[in-house]
Design a protein around this ligand. Structure first.
Ligand SMILES: [Zn+2]
Length: 153
């Protein structure tokens, strides 16, 4: 459903939305970033309020090298690529590991940890943005024991 909404939006609209949000009081500092996959088919727009990302050691993240930036769904807009996204699931099947079927890059997905959120790969943001982020380790290999740590943040 999120994908369909994002697809209907024209590219410029999310930029205008960010300006509106930035102009509002009590929103805090929301900085807008664009990002996407390698081939450019998948493009998104994300509002960042905290420069914190998690480096997870679970079975899939350690292989993907995914650095997790978890944002509310309303802070994420898919600009293009809904038609090229494939989804990989495993274990409980709750997390929807979306990836570009053309270039194979996992630029964002729907995480098991935050059902109402979007998990963006900091490595897929445009430009040298990674250096702005504090990277914390998350012991996702022992998911059940540790998940409360990042759900509370
Ligand atoms: Zn791609």
């Amino acid at each position: 459903m999120m994908l369909a909404v994002g697809k209907r939006l024209k590219v410029r609209q999310p930029v205008l939305l960010s300006r509106v949000l930035l102009a509002m009081k009590n929103v805090g500092e929301l900085i807008s970033y664009h990002g996407g996959c390698h081939c450019g088919a998948v493009r998104f727009f994300v509002l960042v309020s905290e420069y914190l990302a998690f480096d997870c050691n679970c079975s899939i993240c350690r292989k993907k090298g995914f650095l997790h930036l978890i944002v509310p769904r309303e802070s994420f807009t898919l600009l293009s690529g809904a038609d090229v996204l494939n989804t990989y699931t495993f274990n409980t099947g709750t997390a929807k590991h979306t990836f570009c079927r053309i270039c194979g890059i996992h630029s964002f997905y729907y995480p098991r940890s935050h059902p109402d959120g979007i998990d963006v790969n900091v490595r897929c943001l445009d430009g040298d943005v990674l250096s702005l982020f504090k990277i914390e380790s998350f012991d996702g290999a022992n998911w059940e024991e540790n998940i409360a740590q990042i759900r509370g943040s």
